[in-house]
Design a protein around this ligand. Sequence first.
Ligand SMILES: Nc1ncnc2c1ncn2[C@@H]1O[C@H](COP(=O)(O)OP(=O)(O)OP(=O)(O)O)[C@@H](O)[C@H]1O
Length: 604
Amino acid sequence: MAGDRDEVAPAGLTARPTGHRSDGFGEQRVVEDQSASAGGRAEVKDLDEAWTRVLAGLPPNQRAWLTNSRPVTLHESTAIVAVPDDFTRGQLETRLRPDLERILSESFGRDIRIAVTVDPSLDPELREPAPQQPVQEPVRQSMPLHQPPQYQQHQSGQLQPSQQQQPAYGQPSPQRHDQYQQPAPTPQQPEQRSQHAQPSQPLQTEGSYQPTIQSALSAPDAIGQHNHPLHQQVQQPLGSVAPPPNGSAPSQTATEAHGEARLNPKYTFETFVIGSSNRFAHAAAVAVAEAPGKAYNPQLIYGDSGLGKTHLLHAIGHYVRSLYTGARVRYVSSEEFTNDFINAIRDDKASQFQRRYRDVDVLLIDDIQFLEGKIQTQEEFFHTFNTLHNANKQIVISSDRAPKRLEALEDRLRNRFEWGLITDIQPPDLETRIAILRKKAATERLTAPPEVLEFIASKVQTNIRELEGALIRVTAFASLNRQPVDLSLAEIVLKDLIPEGSKPEVTASMIMGQTASYFGLSIDDLCGSSRSRVLVTARQIAMYLCRELTDLSLPKIGQQFGGRDHTTVMHAERKIRQLMSERRSVFNQVTELTNRIKHQAKQQ
Ligand SMILES: Nc1ncnc2c1ncn2[C@@H]1O[C@H](COP(=O)(O)OP(=O)(O)OP(=O)(O)O)[C@@H](O)[C@H]1O
């Protein structure tokens, strides 16, 4: 009990409850028992009543800070109040203190001071992962980084279905989609139908099957129907593929492998719309997924931001895992790879790092351009690449440029990228953009008539992420106003989002500056660790806008916000998308901020 009381600090100090007290009243009971003989019971009850008066007596802007705060107990002349986070505690101890103490003193007829304690469980909504420290590539390390891998025995095996229940190598495993939260099946337009092989169909067995890019290219336009291009006889196999040595199945369980893969369940081949701009890359991606390590190794996909490179990488991962039980797939952005590498050096865990990236069947590495200029990480990646390639493990790489244009990447790496197959993705044409919107509307259960989809597709021409963002804003606006989604509504919403004329360049610092000043916060607040509701919303809106209005990658955005993890940015994006259609205030805040940011960008 004494321990409990020790957690409560006088104003100015922070105390963190050690136990979980979801109602914030755990401590009240403690003190109640202690002081029962001295009439403390009545006082505790009075504190609740006094708190009601406090809430009624404060102006709304101050009251907002108390939404998730709770009175805990009255101990002599100190009222103890629990709040969800440090930021709110700061507000109570500074701005609100005089009014709080005045109203409480009036209620009790004697001087009352407040002491504030932090109880994070009071804010159940906040699930933000803790921020990570940003990391810098070390200048020089003395430890040996490139020892031969210590898991040679695992590397002999090509992908093999694991033990009893599995079909023979080269045959698909039964559907394992239940392991993922696949998007709910939705009715599809003929042109949106998935064009990759169904896992329930047998794959051609080793030897008889060779993918061919010719056949992929001869497929009709994506917007029309076509046969699966990859079950055709080889005419000109690309990439040198050594026959895989026989080996044992990976020892990892499917569940472990799934946890490691970190794939977005929405990014599958089913949800990927094929058009002339991406058909080649898609066909090669399917080929690679069906015959990992054998078709094209490495496969490199390049193209501008927001055109579907990450989507394809994840889709490969899902498809491999649905075809080969136990397949060890790992998706990683190059930024994470770098950070992981640096942390491994710092923590003296080089061999664990190497195992993580070398003991896999398929390595999907996103945004390789991030390795430019990072000599040590390039060196490490070079060895990772060689180890995997020598063992006939599949490597798929994405980049925002063709390898030749990755000037700050070592020649030996660029050369290796050219060993396999290089495919590009171009901005989609109008028909593909409409088909993407149609599919997006169906999977997200957003209702929008064809003319609205066409209108949006005609307005947003390059980045598919922006295209999706525009659809979300239009449907959110309609839902908030309980209006049907029609052309005039779409025109209103998109007028501000997509200004006429050249596209001004928006930067993360513009977004952070405007967001901070809009919410009366500082940039440090946005980058800091406070999780007060106001701040979290502001931070999430700023992250959402960085995602929508800039080309920055998830990890890059995370770095801008005090070194947060990329999953925090993903969470923020999802959260704000959802809140925009549920809360008018959030929709208005995002719209107003977008206007301010674009206005500022135009003036630069
Ligand atoms: N052909 C497509 N069909 C359906 N959705 C697509 C397609 N291409 C892209 N998208 C969607 O567009 C969004 C952006 O795609 P993605 O993140 O894969 O782009 P990217 O090229 O990796 O961008 P960046 O380089 O900025 O990371 C995603 O939501 C993705 O699902």
